[in-house]
Design a binder for this molecule. Structure first.
Ligand SMILES: [Cu+2]
Length: 180
């Protein structure tokens, strides 16, 4: 315990001494400039209909609410959505750890895996953003899962999304609602 503190203190003193010598400082991997190395673009979220049957529903052939109890029930059940985006990184490897939005009760980070010929969603503890690379959140792959969407998400609307990265910290972005 004591040696740990001493080593840490020594490390801090060494870092201070070195940064005093070099005006630009040392790249520690957690410097504030890391926030600038993450660029988030093409942020969009799927439209979510909260079960109110609107006149604009294009296909009525596949949905007959009164014919099936499950459909009638699903109108009452929670509606889920997803947010997609491209995350580019010009710096060291980073990781998206958390996503939040007030448009859903619960927000998770998901991936899609193929199991026994079925595509299944799985929660992940984070989404790696490679150094000097990018990761795309897209249908059929990584996505921000919105569980229990609490308002109608219509095409053209926007929702606020807060992302927390391991190194870049918190980024607040807006997702535009799109049909696909
Ligand atoms: Cu999902």
């Amino acid at each position: 315990m004591n040696t740990k503190i001493i080593v840490t203190l020594f490390g801090m003193m060494l870092a201070l001494a070195l940064s005093a010598c070099a005006p630009t400082g040392i790249s520690t991997g957690s410097s504030p400039t890391d926030a600038n190395s993450i660029q988030i673009t093409d942020v969009w979220a799927r439209t979510v209909n909260l079960g109110t049957m609107e006149e604009e529903t294009p296909t009525t052939m596949d949905k007959t609410p009164d014919a099936m109890g499950s459909h009638a029930g699903s109108a009452m059940a929670q509606q889920n959505g997803a947010v997609y985006m491209n995350i580019a990184n010009t710096g060291a490897a980073d990781k998206l750890l958390k996503a939040e939005t007030d448009a859903a009760n619960t927000v998770e980070l998901h991936t899609v895996v193929q199991e026994n010929g079925m595509m299944q969603m799985r929660p992940v503890d984070g989404i790696d953003v490679p150094a000097n690379g990018s990761v795309q959140l897209k249908p059929g792959g990584f996505h921000v899962m919105l569980l229990g969407v609490n308002r109608e998400l219509k095409a053209g609307d926007k929702i606020n999304v807060k992302l927390t990265f391991d190194k870049a910290g918190v980024r607040e972005i807006q997702a535009k609602i799109r049909a696909q």
